[in-house]
Design a protein around this ligand. Structure first.
Ligand SMILES: [Fe+2]
Ligand SMILES: [Fe+2]
Length: 373
């Protein structure tokens, strides 16, 4: 027979710890487990479990359909079982309870975002419209006609040398057809981000970091011979890569000060400090926001991966941003990941020769030049 214990851990979450060997007639344990579904969430700790009948996992599957359970488990055969039925698993109590904290952070953040005025901006509505399957140019023209700023940006871009029209685009309709939906969407995202930036206002440092990262990442990409379209994407990713940090710092200013303290004093990388404080890092928040805001797919993918570099298929977009970002962190005296190797890797991928001997000096010189212009 198995033994079990129920207690409440620090963050107020109920935990049931099962130890020994579970048999199929362990009805008292199974009854205790089904009571867990009265809670919003619960931890099931299987670290002390030595053996079990299938019934335990059938019960867990049943409970998980009614309440959010996280299972703490290390034994490989139990891990496999939990994965088969799609249970969330964690190796320690700490990591499981952090994950609850992360979900809570996200829930509060999204609830508060609903009430902010940025989602009423014209640019936001345009992003949603362009992402819809029945988007068409005449309708888009109607939506844009009173927005002089956006109209002139669209005309300017369509008449830029890259699009090489034989004659000048004179109407909004002609300009939009020249560009197509993808570049239009980029223009709207830029404009939307400007409103987000204004709204998240006070964070001058993060905004400047984004602007510098955009310039530098684009410079790296251009130097490796990236196409116009790739450069445009990289510029946008560079600008937006830390939007999750802006949101965290805006909605949770006091907790974010703790993060900044850990970064500056303990030299902890920002995403690790955020994990400790919020249970979630800015890459995940940024990527979730980018998805919710209907940004192009590549943006949410690269935002999610800009520190870990796990999604290999996105390397040609992620690497220049990774290098630019870490170079800037290095310059600011913040913790950073070494990036020379990744820079070489990027140029290798682009089959280009790395043009710089002293990388730091050349990148710094570029930044100084771009600041002057
Ligand atoms: Fe970041
Ligand atoms: Fe960054």
């Amino acid at each position: 027979m198995a033994e079990y214990q129920i207690n409440t851990i620090e963050s107020g979450i109920t935990q049931i710890t099962v130890s020994g060997s579970v048999e199929s007639n362990d009805s008292e344990l199974f009854r205790a487990l089904s009571h867990l579904s009265n809670n919003n969430c619960a931890l099931v700790n299987l670290l002390e479990l030595s053996e079990t009948s299938e019934d335990l996992f059938l019960h867990l599957a049943d409970i998980s359909s009614q309440t959010k359970i996280k299972v703490i488990v290390k034994k490989p055969e139990f891990v496999t079982k939990c994965n088969e039925i799609g249970l969330q698993i964690f190796p320690t109590i700490k990591s499981a309870s952090l994950s609850y904290a992360g979900e809570e952070t996200l829930r509060i953040l999204i609830a508060q975002l609903r009430d902010v005025p940025i989602l009423n901006t014209e640019a936001y509505k345009l992003i949603q419209y362009v992402a819809s399957p029945d988007a068409n140019f005449p309708e888009l023209e109607k939506m844009l006609q009173n927005n002089a700023g956006l109209c002139s940006q669209i005309l300017r871009t369509a008449n830029s040398p890259y699009f090489m029209r034989s004659s000048k685009a004179e109407t909004l309709q002609q300009a939009m057809v020249t560009l197509g939906f993808a570049p239009l969407r980029q223009i709207f995202v830029y404009n939307f981000y400007n409103s987000v930036g204004n709204f998240f206002g006070a964070q001058k440092e993060t905004v400047e970091h984004g602007q510098n990262c955009a310039k530098l990442a684009e410079y790296i990409a251009k130097s490796a011979g990236a196409s116009y379209t790739e450069c445009a994407k990289i510029r946008l990713i560079g600008l937006l890569h830390d939007v999750g940090r802006q949101a965290l710092a805006f909605f949770f200013p006091q907790q974010y000060e703790k993060v900044q303290h850990m970064v500056k004093v303990e030299q902890k990388p920002s995403f690790l400090a955020e994990l400790v404080v919020f249970g979630i890092e800015h890459q995940s928040i940024g990527s979730i926001l980018a998805n919710r805001w209907n940004f192009p797919d590549y943006l949410s993918k690269v935002i999610a991966d800009h520190h870990y570099l796990q999604a290999k298929d996105w390397n040609t977009l992620t690497l220049p941003v990774f290098c630019a970002n870490n170079f800037l962190n290095q310059m600011d005296g913040d913790p950073f990941s070494p990036f020379y190797h990744k820079l070489e890797g990027y140029f290798f991928l682009k089959r280009a020769e790395l043009p710089w001997k002293d990388i730091d000096a050349e990148l710094l010189e570029f930044l100084d030049r771009s600041q002057e212009s």
